[in-house]
Design a protein around this ligand. Structure first.
Ligand SMILES: Nc1ncnc2c1ncn2[C@@H]1O[C@H](COP(=O)(O)OP(=O)(O)O)[C@@H](O)[C@H]1O
Ligand SMILES: [Mg+2]
Length: 258
């Protein structure tokens, strides 16, 4: 179960991405990176962040701890930047936050960073499974911290939830975008990664993850939050069954690379 913290102080915005996440201090005195529900991408980005992030963790990848972050309307009232004040006002209530990793640095092959083949393979499988296009050389979303690789920023994953009528088509997608994956050169064990994933993910694991998504983030494309969770589960199970399709595509894309 995700913990819930309350944001007590807005510390600083992180301006790399478009969604204007921020470092905040919380009532447990910890520092967190908050992804705001009021950002342009809307609450579905938070759903993707939670569901994909916890899937990654279930696979055994290192993901910073995810928590719910309660933002009250008074937070940031005195921020000089209008854009930030507006964002905080639009985000009152429940948001998603990650444990802040102080002193981490972005994974950068150009600077000589290398990845472990087992982790790289699992990561490629994970991003193909969750349809995550945000793991490229330009935008690695991969942090080096204490000699481990931490996976962040899954807000653009599961993009089928922006267009349910078209979601069927994506369940069996080979995910050709995998060719741009920053870890593909190191992903020499994709069949093993797929086998490992099959041993970790199943309907029960996915149901437990989906159960943690707050009702208020699940939107009106479905009659109720219960139906929305059922639609995610159905799609993810079909995606899991399509693992041979996207695993083969990743192997093929890697053969072209090296
Ligand atoms: N848990 C974290 N610890 C340390 N830095 C982080 C963390 N999460 C994000 N960052 C930093 O903030 C930047 C933006 O966060 P990210 O989740 O990638 O949001 P965006 O959607 O804006 O790209 C990242 O590129 C990274 O430099
Ligand atoms: Mg990012």
């Amino acid at each position: 179960m995700l913990r819930t913290i309350r944001a007590t102080q807005y510390v600083t915005p992180l301006r790399e991405g478009g969604s204007l996440p921020a470092i905040i201090e919380a009532d447990d005195l910890g520092l967190y990176v908050v992804k705001f529900r009021g950002a342009g991408q809307g609450p579905l980005a938070l759903v993707a962040e939670l569901v994909a992030g916890e899937i990654g963790r279930a696979l055994g990848l290192d993901i910073p701890e995810l928590v719910f972050a309660q933002v009250d309307p008074a937070l940031g009232r005195n921020e000089p930047d209008q854009e930030i004040r507006d964002l905080l006002r639009a985000s009152a209530g429940l948001n998603l936050a990650l444990d802040y990793l102080p002193g981490s640095s972005m994974f950068d092959p150009a600077a000589g960073d290398k990845a472990d083949p087992r982790i790289a393979s699992l990561a490629v499988w994970f991003d193909a499974f969750t349809l995550n296009v945000d793991r490229t050389a330009r935008n690695a979303n991969l942090l080096n911290w204490h000699r481990q690789l931490y996976f962040i920023d899954h807000g653009a994953a599961l993009y089928f939830h922006h267009n349910w009528p078209d979601a069927d088509r994506l369940a069996e997608s080979p995910f050709a975008d995998v060719r741009h994956h920053i870890l593909l050169p190191w992903a020499s064990g994709l069949d093993e990664a797929a086998a490992h994933a099959a041993s970790r993910l199943n309907a029960e694991v996915l149901t437990n993850i989906l159960a943690q998504v707050p009702d208020e983030w699940l939107q009106s494309a479905h009659a109720s939050p219960t139906e929305a969770r059922a639609a995610y589960l159905d799609l993810l199970i079909r995606r899991l069954n399509a693992s041979p399709i996207f695993t083969q595509e990743a192997i093929r894309a890697r053969a072209h690379l090296i």
